[in-house]
Ligand binder design. Structure first.
Ligand code: SF4
Length: 322
């Protein structure tokens, strides 16, 4: 049986079973599923790109919306305030792109896939998610969970993004495309998991073509690079000297001033960030740099601090350096 015939013959059964499973088991209580507001959908999708659902749900999503309830409120805010609220989430380019998008369309997001993809930081997936979850358009969504699930379901080894999109589009339920996409996403996240798929409770097990699921849909893990960094600590009148990073990874965020090591460090710690495993040494720095930004140690939450810095400050406090 050809690949496309196999898909076609499975569509009807799959759609019905999938939606039944979703109604009983889906993650209906996720806060971003309570709303069709495109802005709320957009914020959730950007936050969830590199961050676990629980962290987004419990803190970052409600805090962000409380402070910036609309695109126009986000557009009016200084970038520093947006970055401060993003502190700890990492991948700060996401926050900068949110702010740029708000400035470009403060009155609302466009409704077409193509127009959405012209905005900074909105790629194929996010545009499709907004069209489906906010506007209920009949557009397939393929996130990491759906990619893994479809790869296993149809035993696709290393499918290209366009092939997966094609498969997902063929499967899309004509009357309930939004629920269908959410159902696939939840089934991938809760049942067809990366390491231990629960095939025994999978509603699509009778259609699944993967004899060994672990052979399909696995992301290749990139090895993290070991890197050592040295920073300086200058304190004056209860304030700590920081500098604004120009490097792409942390652009706009406040970090300790970089130094060449000349003394024993006050504190050494490890931190992982994107593709890096960092060993960080904090040294005493008697003369702060001229471009220092002095931050009040009692009001850290008001500043756009990278988590690398907040972790270092907490350790300095433990050692009574601050
Ligand atoms: S049967 Fe197993 S591998 Fe196949 S889709 Fe279901 S959970 Fe995934």
């Amino acid at each position: 049986m050809s690949y496309s015939k196999s898909i076609t013959s499975s569509i009807r059964q799959l759609g019905k079973r999938l939606l039944e499973w979703y109604e009983a088991n889906g993650r209906h209580d996720l806060p971003w599923r309570q709303s069709r507001d495109p802005y709320r959908v957009y914020i959730s999708e950007i936050m969830l790109q590199q961050t676990q659902v629980e962290r987004v749900r419990s803190h970052y999503y409600p805090a962000f919306l409380a402070k910036f309830p609309t695109l126009s409120a986000l557009a009016k805010a200084p970038l520093d305030e947006v970055l401060a609220l993003w502190s700890g989430l990492g991948y700060y380019q996401r926050a900068r792109n949110l702010h740029k998008t708000a400035l470009l369309c403060p009155d609302g997001l466009p409704k077409s896939l193509e127009e959405l993809k012209k905005l900074p930081g909105i790629g194929d997936y996010t545009a499709a998610a907004i069209c489906s979850f906010a506007y209920d358009q009949p557009i397939a969504v393929v996130d990491t969970n759906i990619k893994r699930l479809l790869s296993r379901l149809f035993a696709l080894s290393s499918p290209t993004p366009s092939k997966l999109w094609h498969v997902a589009s063929q499967l899309l339920h004509p009357k309930r495309p939004r629920d269908h996409n959410l159902a696939l996403m939840d089934l991938g996240a809760l049942v067809c998991t990366a390491q231990n798929p629960k095939c025994e409770v999978c509603p699509l097990a009778h259609l699944c073509q993967a004899e060994d699921p672990l052979l399909f849909g696995q992301n290749k893990r990139q090895k993290r690079k070991e890197t050592t960094l040295h920073f300086g600590i200058s304190i004056q009148d209860g304030k700590l000297a920081m500098v604004r990073s120009q490097k792409r990874l942390y652009e706009g965020m406040l970090l300790f001033p970089p130094v060449s090591p000349t003394s024993e460090p006050l504190v050494t710690y490890r931190h992982s960030y994107t593709r890096y495993n960092l060993t960080i040494h904090l040294h005493s720095l008697p003369s702060p740099p001229q471009n220092a930004v002095w931050i009040d140690i009692q009001r850290l939450q008001e500043y756009p601090l990278a988590s690398l810095a907040t972790k270092g400050i907490a350790l300095l406090r433990q050692k009574l350096v601050l």
